[in-house]
Design a protein around this ligand. Structure first.
Ligand code: KG4
Ligand code: ZN
Length: 349
């Protein structure tokens, strides 16, 4: 794998079927995302069996479209990178089995990518803002994770803190349900919050012990439930106040981590980093304290295959390859190499 090559990324860990061709780990030639949101909306959450079946139906056309948009043919590719965990077992298996067959059939190198690492690598794709410099702090805030990570180089990740209960995205989705908004809730709360006063409702901000990098959002969620039931505040104000409370805790902790580790910058990743208030606050705090902040454009914050191709490219450069024994690892830990015995695979989970 040379430095200018094409990697095909494949992402099927949840309810987005995505394929992308990325050149040199940074230039996005295509990034096709087929969302299943409409299918799951009526159930108020992702139904794993429906997700797997839809991935099966959609993946081949999505990959064909990604190749066509990139103007690339299979023999012109150098490698295939596929999300192999964490995520829904059946959904992951569709992507992993397809990627293995494609790599074998076309004689391409294959690498399994950790989905969270993928989110983090969205910062290494071409885009506005300061280019990532190590050591950096990355705040990964998605539907299932809220991780504060120290990245000292490619392949060198240390988790400094994580949520003790709900992930930030999960809190957004639950609050959206309390407010009778649509699914997935984050974007709906974001839109409603634009019309509200973020200081109107006094909501708890859990900073936990002094200096802790962990987060907790369950108390905040309960406080929102009380505010809704009491009927004393409008939905817009509740949404805005909730969003401000989440953003403040997240960005305060991320800035603390930058200062205490001596990191050179802060990067954000994951679906919740598409949030208007989270982005605004991160950039404002960064400007005030002279800390460079990089946030991917919203479309690269939520699930997509370009970030997987990018993470795969850097893994290839480090000499990491997966074999035909690559599996789906629903509980894959950050920083671990997929396939090593300590990982719980589909059979074990
Ligand atoms: O990273 P992601 O697309 O998928 C996972 O890996 O989980 O994150 C999805 C989460 C959902 O909880 C969704 O509600 C939230 O990100 N999200 C948002 C916004 N866009 C997506 N939360 C707040 N504001 C947004 N604009
Ligand atoms: Zn994700």
């Amino acid at each position: 794998m040379t430095r200018s090559r094409y990697v095909l990324g494949i992402e099927t860990s949840c309810d987005e079927t995505s394929a992308s061709v990325v050149q040199s780990g940074s230039k996005i030639l295509s990034n096709v995302i087929a969302s299943q949101t409409d299918l799951h909306a009526r159930y108020g959450g992702v139904v794993p069996e429906i997700a797997s079946r839809k991935h099966l139906e959609t993946l081949v056309p999505v990959v064909k479209e990604a190749l066509a948009q990139a103007g690339a043919t299979l023999p012109e590719l150098d490698g295939v990178a596929v999300t192999c965990g964490p995520g829904l077992a059946g959904a992951l298996l569709v992507g992993v089995c397809f990627a293995k067959a494609l790599a074998y059939g076309a004689g391409l190198e294959l690498v399994g990518v950790n989905h969270l690492e993928g989110h983090l690598y969205a910062n290494f794709l071409e885009g506005p803002g300061p280019w990532p410099e190590f050591p950096l702090i990355c705040l990964v805030v998605s539907g299932g994770h809220t991780d504060l990570i120290l990245m000292e180089g490619h392949g060198s990740l240390t988790v400094l803190g994580r949520t003790r209960d709900d992930a930030a995205g999960e809190a957004f989705d639950k609050v959206a349900r309390l407010l009778d908004l649509g699914y997935p809730g984050g974007p709906f709360v974001d839109v409603l919050a634009q019309k509200g006063d973020p200081e109107a409702v006094n909501l708890p901000r859990a900073y936990l012990e002094e200096g802790s990098y962990d987060t907790s959002f369950s108390g905040l969620k309960t406080a929102v439930a009380h505010a809704v039931l009491s009927g004393t505040a409008g939905k817009e104000d509740i949404a805005a106040s909730f969003q401000r409370a989440v953003a403040c805790v997240l960005i305060d902790k991320a800035m603390l981590a930058v200062r205490q580790t001596g990191a050179r910058m802060l990067t954000l990743a994951g679906g919740v980093s598409a949030n208007t208030e989270v982005r605004r606050l991160a950039l404002e705090r960064g400007r005030r304290s002279g800390i460079p902040v990089r946030i991917p454009p919203p479309v690269l914050c939520t699930d997509n295959a370009a970030m997987i191709a990018c993470a795969g490219y850097y893994a290839f450069l480090r000499g990491i390859r997966s074999g035909s024994d690559l599996n789906a690892y629903p509980n894959l830990a950050l920083g671990s190499i997929p396939g090593l015995p300590e990982e719980s695979d589909v059979e074990a989970s």
